[in-house]
Write a protein that binds this ligand. Sequence first.
Ligand code: NAD
Length: 526
Amino acid sequence: MSAIISKTETEEKIISYNPATGEKIGAVAQTSAAQVVNAVENSQRAFKSWRETSFKERAKFVLKAREAILNEMDEIARLISDESGKPVTEAFSAEIAPVLDLMRYFARKTPAILKPEKINIGQLGLLGRSSKIIYQPLGAVGIISPWNFPFSIPLGEVVMALMAGNTVVLKPSELTPLVGVKIGEIFRKVDLPENVLQVITGDGRTGAALVEAGVNKIMFTGSVATGKKIAGNAAKTLTPVVLELGGKDPMIVFADADLEAASSAAIWGAFTNSGQACSSVERLYVEESIAERFTAMIVAKTRKLQQNLGSIETTDVGAMVSENQLKIVEDHVADFKKSGAEILTGGKRNGNFQGTFFEPTVIAGAGNEMRAMREETFGPTLPIATFKTESEAVELANDTDFGLTASIWTKNISRGKRVAEKILAGTVMVNEVLYTHGIGQTPWGGFKQSGYGRTHGKLGLMELVAPQHIHVNRVTVLPNAWWFGYSQNAIDTFRGFARHFSSGSLFQTAKLAPQMLKRIKELRKK
Ligand code: NAD
């Protein structure tokens, strides 16, 4: 059963607000370091029996949880929207639907992905030896998640960790704790064994305590600054970490692109979730010859977007998650203005609302030398810069500390693929933007400061297991030539190993036979 650490009278509480209205929607405990240690100990105990369960048994819980989500999908979508500010439509499209697909995929495919693998060890195999890799679960996995996709990010990782045979302690963001608690409730409803999944609420202090509490791996998604702290703390105990960090993702639009599609993609890529996606389009590079026309299309489409409360079904752009996040956007817009860029639409807080709404903002004349083009904004801004040649576009796109995703638009698919391979980012899309986190089958992760390790797909599942090499020798009657009893004869044999055996040629190796026999006889005598 998933446990929510109970409050005591002395504990602090975390209040959860709806950022669109400022209304309080709930309160949770600030879990103390001692409680975190306790949760991890419980997790380690639960691991002993959970690791023995079959893939089929684990899948049963995951598929039941999937059903439970389907049954209360509307309430869950509403909670996600209320707590994060995002439109309820995006709670369905970007969180619930993709994670349900991920749950089905890993419930069915984990056994095939983690199937033991035989290794071809070459000619040693002829001597009765064999090797294979099996995939062992790690133990208690700590998942620390952000607020921007409060349901799909942690739940996807929880499911993959459980399917691999691990137990989980999940620490959701302090800005969206109720969605995290909901994930715990769903698994409690389907009678997941006690302590196999625990949700511990709290702020960064709780997260820091989790890193140091003896977990076997940390799966972290969040900012670069926090990622660095976590990597530092985890190093003290050599706890392995996966870091899914920020981005400053470029979109390149060539003159031959389908401009209708590219302009719709650009505004969705920049403004979905109020621009608060790690893979948001934060830099748009458009070929100079079409820049004016393309920019006009973007501005016209942006002006048509409906900004409103997330609970309203026709809302395109909702509230930002917090005042702090909105202030970063204000600061970056001010930097753009100060640096000579031009605000074509938006550029300010939306005064029609009490909550944290920032207008979708299109900026022309941006350049990589501007601070706001280098730091992650994480808000509804779309700065546009121009390029003249393909190589200049690649250079501009790669001129960043980040490398999460990138998007290239051209009707010439071979050019698209050629440019894609030159971009330093974990995912590069041609004629698509932002969305592949929603395809749980594909790997997700960054280059450079966007982090290391992967979530999702086969590579993501591999982060949640320890590959174990099992090597078997079925023929023990013959002593190994390299064992003790060194002599000139041994050296001659080893010289033969170097010259003949390591050549990989059966013919060459056969030449070694007389020398090998001599050596074996020698060893037998000793
Ligand atoms: P954040 O780094 O402020 O917080 C993330 C989580 O870390 C929260 O749960 C927080 O409580 C916890 N935390 C804070 N300090 C900690 C510490 N010292 N030790 C352990 N845990 C600690 O990030 P955020 O504001 O919640 O999320 C926004 C950031 O996340 C953006 O930079 C965004 O790009 C990034 N992000 C990345 C991905 C990805 O897949 N690469 C996905 C979503 C968000």
